[in-house]
Design a binder for this molecule. Sequence first.
Ligand code: NAD
Length: 476
Amino acid sequence: MKTPITVAYGDGIGPEIMRATLHMLEAAGAAIAPESIEIGEAMYLQGYSSGIPPAAWESLRRTGVLLKAPITTPLGGGYKSLNVTLRKSLGLYANVRPCTAYAPYVRTLHPTMDVVIIRENEEDLYGGIEHRQTQEVYQTLKLVSEPGSEKILRYAFEYARTQGRKKVTALSKDNIMKLTDGLFHRIFTEVSQEYPDIASEHLIIDIGTARLADTPERFDVIVTGNLYGDILSDVAAQIAGSVGLAGSANIGDHGAMFEAIHGSAPDIAGKDLANPSGLLQAAISMLHYIGDGQTAQTLQNAWLCTLEDGVHTADIFEAGRSSQKVGTWAFAEAVTERLGQRPKQLPPARPGRQQRLDTRPRLARRQEKRLVGVDVFLCWEEPGRDPEVLAERLRAPMGGPFQLVMITNRGAKVWPNGIPETFCTDHWRCRMEGQGQPADIAALLAALAEAGLEVVKTENLYTFDGKPGYSLGQGQ
Ligand code: NAD
């Protein structure tokens, strides 16, 4: 029985490395039935703003498995990121990127590095919810959910357990983002207690990244949020040897997408120069996913033998280290010639293990929610921009249950007791507290409009089991 998979040849070097990869898969006897779809640059230019036409969706949803070559995003506005659309539409919540050194065959400063980065793939700043609110201020929303965090953190521990790994490190910035990143850290601590066989640690993302760049050997599995993971996984792949060697898996409950981590490399497209290894690594991960671990292992070993024999594409070729510089297709042929061999120095491929893991959220989390106020964001540009003047203006339209308790500008408290050194933009957050109802907020907004004040947005203030569900102002 062959497993149907959807294949996208992509743009730039995409078609060359996809042909080479499918050639290697076929030679190894992979039990797959590829069907190809057209997505990417040509589809964007035909007017599909996501780069994905309806026929492609049909195939993707039917097979649930996509092997994808890199895509060129056309320059200019109006095009939505195809990758983000695929990940979010198909619910591919876990991005898994193994970053391994292949020393001494591929140059690296970290010869024993073997790290897997697990990046949350759907939330955080990648919601693309951005607004320009005033002449001076733009905002983007960072959304982090409890079930989303629990799923990715569980995935990291389940992955570590099934792959025989020993430690999971979570990275976040919860010293600054106490609610969103704080949630990620708290759930990490809770979930880690269910996995006493796996060591766990949490580091702040900045020092964690510095340590990864300096001593990656101290890490095993790293789990982190969407933006941090995006940056960190490129750092990790680069210091392991080359971004051209790394593949990634995007895993969801109903499907998965596998791709190289590099882009479409238009500078070398059509020249038979590209290294197909990143896409091959992605394809090997796909074989594990569809349950063909045996072929995955055979291909991985043949690929390791090719690296060991010094048969290298130009991006990793080095006189003295490599023996033969080859093009894309010759590299693929070299791998197929080594099918059945095992590497002599590099650690051989691990046996195939299933990547569909049970990550259903199960932590209890209903809490009593009470409305205790509202943050009103104003655009206010009066000359002088004196917070005392604004506070005075805000007192006039009151009368409801809410009292002005604080004004901040870009998060820094400027009233009461602000200091004149704080730079103020035209964007003000005015915190009103009191035991009111939603209708009281509507009345407050009407009163503010009546007073000639321009509200650009509001955020309700809630407590959950008595604990504030909002941050304090800086300096409060
Ligand atoms: P890139 O990864 O395509 O290229 C960066 C450099 O690495 C180039 O010098 C390139 O020649 C080299 N390189 C990349 N892959 C290689 C390989 N397999 N073998 C040998 N050398 C390789 O990054 P970029 O130039 O910033 O982006 C080019 C295009 O790719 C852009 O349109 C970008 O939007 C797109 N992109 C797509 C994806 C994706 O589809 N997943 C990811 C990243 C970038």
